[in-house]
Design a protein around this ligand. Structure first.
Ligand code: SF4
Length: 357
């Protein structure tokens, strides 16, 4: 058990079992999730309780093992930072290494976090897919990515505006831990990040979207689309074999109706693969059918299969053609590309040899 992943009502049970009053739950929740205090600094708690929590290791931590920052050469970057974190269990060989990115733009400070260490999926344009899959991250490991990045950038706490589950891994293959982390980030006694500012990005795991709807979890949904054609999408993302595009679009419609919210389609642009007039026409068709959606264009950031990245002009042309059809479409560049922190690039480049050995 890690106290970081308990809701206040669960912390109440924990304290009652220790013979302590219920209000200790509120005290500790506020201090660990809002003020990001370490347990030895939570002086409201009696010393014997603090010592008990420390001795029993009821709050363990991930370690930051690398940090890189983009110098502001490229205006898109605004000082984007990449963090590599590690958790090693003291007594077993269990180890998790994962990355998170602090993305800074004029209006937003976004924590892009991982839900898994590596990824069990095999999207052809993604460097994470080339890593060995090391497992799901626990709720507290997900939360601590955000907290550690805030603490590193001490003065940024008020300014963190968004959290996106777009780092390593497929969030819906770690549904319970991801949703619990998202709810704690959203909690009024924690960082209180609005549900409209927390986005879960999926490769298209329909069962995860179904659960979001059934459980009425109103977090933003982003879908990595990358092709509007079933067969072509299967070649890019083999998860399409398991969750066909037609079914995925149906559940998107349900999400939109249920939450009355737009879905974001992420579209990695790969010249000669998914940028033709045919693709544009089909994307327009999908957008008109769903009505309530938007597109986020991402130029290819990796170089597998001899693919090349689109030029700025190609991206802008693609965007223009969608816009001419009244489609809401954004292009925000690739912040963090120079430090391998942009979309599809999280692959532990500098520690890769260590985790394989
Ligand atoms: S794009 Fe996302 S889901 Fe696909 S392999 Fe990469 S991390 Fe996994």
């Amino acid at each position: 058990m890690n106290l970081l992943e308990l809701y206040p009502e669960e912390l109440e049970t924990f304290f009652l079992k220790l013979g302590e009053p219920k209000y200790r739950a509120g005290q500790i929740f506020l201090r660990i999730h809002k003020h990001l205090s370490s347990i030895d600094k939570i002086y409201e708690l009696p010393k014997k309780i603090r010592n008990y929590i420390i001795e029993k290791q009821l709050i363990t931590e991930i370690q930051m093992i690398q940090h890189e920052k983009v110098s502001n050469i490229n205006l898109n970057d605004f000082g984007t930072q990449k963090f590599v974190f590690e958790y090693k269990h003291e007594k077993s060989s269990l180890s998790r290494i994962f990355e998170a990115v602090w993305i800074v733009s004029e209006k937003r400070k976004t924590a892009c976090i991982s839900s898994q260490s590596g990824c069990s999926l095999n999207c052809t344009f993604c460097a994470t897919a080339k890593l060995p899959f090391m497992g799901n991250l626990a709720t507290w490991q997900i939360l601590q990515q955000v907290y550690k990045m805030i603490l590193y950038n001490k003065n940024y706490q008020e300014k963190l505006t968004n959290v996106v589950f777009m780092g390593m891994g497929e969030p819906f293959y770690n549904y319970d831990n991801v949703i619990r982390a998202a709810k704690i980030l959203n909690h009024p006694m924690g960082l209180n990040i609005g549900v409209r500012h927390i986005t879960i990005s999926t490769a298209g795991v329909i069962t995860g979207i179904q659960r979001l709807i059934q459980e009425n979890q109103p977090f933003n949904l982003a879908i990595s689309l990358n092709s509007p054609f079933e067969e072509e999408r299967t070649k890019l993302m083999d998860i399409t074999k398991k969750f066909p595009l037609t079914d995925l679009l149906k559940i998107c419609k349900e999400y939109i109706i249920h939450f009355k919210k737009k879905i974001t389609f992420e579209y990695v642009l790969i010249p000669d693969i998914n940028m033709s007039k045919r693709h544009i026409l089909e994307l327009v068709k999908i957008a008109k059918q769903l009505k309530y959606c938007k597109f986020n264009l991402i130029p290819l950031n990796t170089n597998f299969n001899n693919w090349r990245a689109p030029t700025e002009l190609e991206v802008l042309n693609f965007q223009k053609k969608l816009r001419e059809n009244d489609i809401l479409v954004f292009y925000r560049g690739s912040p963090g590309k120079t430090i391998n922190a942009a979309c599809g690039m999280l692959a532990l480049q500098k520690v890769h040899s260590n985790i394989i050995s």
